[in-house]
Design a protein around this ligand. Sequence first.
Ligand code: ADP
Ligand code: MG
Length: 402
Amino acid sequence: MTAIVDLDAGTALELHDALGPDSVVLPSMEALRRHLDIQFAEDAVVLGPTVDLVSALALAESMRVSRPSLGVILVRRYVDTTVLADAMRVGVFEVVEERDVAALTAAVGRSHDLARALRETVVQAPEPEDGAGRGTLITVFSAKGGCGKTTLATNLAAALADGGRREVCLVDLDLAFGDVAIALQLFPAHTIADAVPLAASLDAQALLSLLTPHSPGFTTLVAPIEPGSADAIPASLVSTILALLKKQFDYVVVDTPPAFDDHVLAAFDQSDIVALLATLDIPALKNLKLTLETLDLLNYPRERWRIVLNRSDSKVGLALSEVEKTLKVPIAVQVPSSRDVPASVNRGVPIMLDDPRHPVSQAIKAFAERQIVAHAVAAGSHALPEMRADRRGLLRRKARTT
Ligand SMILES: Nc1ncnc2c1ncn2[C@@H]1O[C@H](COP(=O)(O)OP(=O)(O)O)[C@@H](O)[C@H]1O
Ligand SMILES: [Mg+2]
């Protein structure tokens, strides 16, 4: 899809006619930014001649970091070398002249091709030499029950899998009372407890045979059926399992019990990101503050923390600014409260899959893309800067030579 912005309705329509039904017209730069926040598949933006150069360049500059696969194409009445030089400096994909429809459609085509290639490059990035595995591990934790860990973990895994675009494994480490299988209406043939007798010889192949698939790109390792089996699972086995899964999957999401037990600490050790959940009530916030202090004591790097405020619009009288001031850590994402969430759990389908446009789904999707995928790309792919250089090379030098 291509998003078009032009402040003049007639010009916007002409651009839309040139680019066909796969494009969408937006009336302002603010509308475009809102659109990009929720349309993750968008990979080309056409900024028409009435969009002022400063805002156009500012958009290109911010997107080059936060969303490198997005090609910003600038349409100008006249193209001169000053515009080209400025555009190149901030990473504009191409600059084309207003009346040159062929150049515009070709530029949009190239932007889509490149976005596709870039995505494939990122997904197929070689394993890092340090043996850390290719995947990013995210542990979802709160020291208090009922905050929405399982809700976030299941929906986050679905968001990351994105219909099969990425490979994701969700691990239920709530070994005594795990309810991932129920929340996803799975009928598992195996659970994590089946890894115990294999421990000495556990390899990727054996581990993969214990997984229960859910939907394209989304598979699970569920908790034992019998609550008592938790004690039989050593923390070292959890470490081995997570390390093996990180090598096999793009993302591993870990759901946890509401306690700092050895299994959870083993997951923290392997986590690239810890999503720490709280709700807007004093007990939850007190527990979150204690959790943060504990993580500090354990020397757990703060740049890996992401605070997720669930049911953030509940009318309970606590202001968000007060919460941030108390915690001294910014809130990464706010997930609204909705009765559609328990309804989706009862149906056994994550709301992310049932209703991707729901505000709860969109909040979690934005968290997945901006805080997790963006982090993984920044941390793991050395291919990106080179791709940027290639892209700049594609900038069309259409300066008027007259
Ligand atoms: N954003 C939300 N809006 C409404 N209900 C929610 C929301 N998030 C979670 N819930 C509900 O709260 C309850 C506890 O959520 P759950 O994810 O099981 O918490 P935990 O795993 O932390 O114990 C569930 O009934 C769930 O449906
Ligand atoms: Mg739970």
